[in-house]
Design a protein around this ligand. Structure first.
Ligand SMILES: [Zn+2]
Length: 85
């Protein structure tokens, strides 16, 4: 997968190839089609969120398609279009 990585406070977003993560129990892997930037992401970029650990991939509000499902989930199924607010 292609991730846009913030390596340090105030730095540029750098494209980086990473292996597709495997979903753990109760998790899904989503093929992201669109990602919003919210105020929390700007806090991370500006270094105003003390609990942020760098490098970090900003962006936690996404729309996409479920690709893989971890153990213990019956929904959503792979192929479902989902939104994470
Ligand atoms: Zn947010």
């Amino acid at each position: 997968m292609l991730a846009m990585v913030l390596r340090e406070v105030g730095g540029p977003l750098v494209p980086e190839e990473r292996p597709d993560p495997e979903p753990g129990p109760g998790e899904v892997r989503i093929r992201v089609e669109a990602c919003a930037v919210c105020r929390t992401d700007l806090y991370v970029i500006d270094g105003d969120l003390p609990q942020a650990v760098y490098p970090i991939v900003p962006g936690h509000e996404v729309v996409g398609t479920v690709e893989a499902v971890g153990k213990g989930l019956r929904a959503p199924l792979p192929g479902a279009r989902v939104c994470v607010p």
